[in-house]
Design a protein around this ligand. Structure first.
Ligand SMILES: [Zn+2]
Length: 276
């Protein structure tokens, strides 16, 4: 086995006759240059990849790279992360209760996506881990136990590409806007996005209302959803998605969206349901 760097990228190289195995990003970059008609010599000079390897890629495109390892956003021709439904759910979780931080020293651009899940809902911890694995299949998902909650963690170089809302400080102290490709995904999968939001910063519980009636006091109970967040931008994203789903909502507090009408709760149950 041999390893050598190309520019700032790392790759694992394995000598095989005169060919070297490069990681998928390096290969994708080079094959894009081949497709644009650049000569192998100029690509070799620009990238450091030997010409025998470039010739092999040009002549045998069927020996394709593993698509599961490619970041869909930082390639020359970006595509949507797939499965889009899992991305929409994970975006909801991330905006509700997630953060992205460096996983190691600054010279190693690896990032951790961390989402806090309450221990009371083990099914949500599993669903969160499954969604992370679906979006970055080659990244291992791990958990870290805290008092009363579990942090679900996935390490990748590409979480900031996939969640460009990443930035310093709390989300409610900065503007949170979806990029156009994220808007496309949310518009196509509003139920999954709402599920992520309500699974992180939301709640489906029983509301009890006290009423004074002529023949005595009564208590009424009914199910309702609450979504609480300090970011006006994230509250707006939640309310717009509820509008798209046809779910009636109102602000019950400055920072809380309430879904309480019987038919609205029934409609949201189709996509979210009780935590589990
Ligand atoms: Zn990327």
């Amino acid at each position: 086995m041999t390893c050598r760097p190309v520019g700032r990228r790392r790759f694992v190289g394995a000598a095989c006759h005169n060919l070297i195995m490069y990681n998928s990003e390096v290969r994708r970059h080079a094959t894009d240059m081949i497709a644009r008609g650049l000569s192998l010599r100029s690509i070799s000079m620009a990238t450091g990849i030997n010409r025998a390897t470039l010739l092999d890629w040009r002549e045998h495109p069927e020996r394709s790279i593993n698509p599961r390892s490619v970041c869909p956003r930082c390639v020359p021709s970006p595509t949507l992360p797939e499965p889009c439904a899992d991305y929409a759910y994970l975006l909801g979780l991330y905006l509700g209760d997630g953060c992205i931080s460096r996983a190691s020293a600054k010279d190693k651009p690896v990032w951790k996506l961390r989402i806090i899940c309450a221990d009371a809902w083990p099914g949500l911890i599993r669903e969160c881990g499954r969604a992370m694995s679906a979006i970055r299949p080659l990244s291992t998902v791990s958990t870290q136990q805290h008092v009363g909650c579990t942090e679900v963690i996935s390490r990748s170089r590409h979480w900031p590409c996939l969640f460009p809302q990443h930035g310093p400080g709390k989300k409610h102290n900065r503007t949170i806007e979806l990029q156009s490709w994220q808007q496309t995904i949310v518009a196509g999968h509003p139920g999954h996005f709402a599920r992520g939001l309500f699974h992180s910063d939301g709640y489906r519980g029983i509301n009890r209302v006290h009423a004074h009636l002529a023949d005595g006091d009564r208590w009424y109970e009914y199910p309702r959803y609450l979504f609480t967040n300090e970011s006006a931008d994230i509250l707006r994203l939640c309310s717009e998605t509820l509008d798209q789903l046809g779910v009636a909502w109102r602000f019950s507090r400055r920072n809380a969206i309430s879904v309480a009408r019987r038919e609205a709760v029934a409609r949201l149950d189709e996509f979210v349901g009780p935590k589990y």
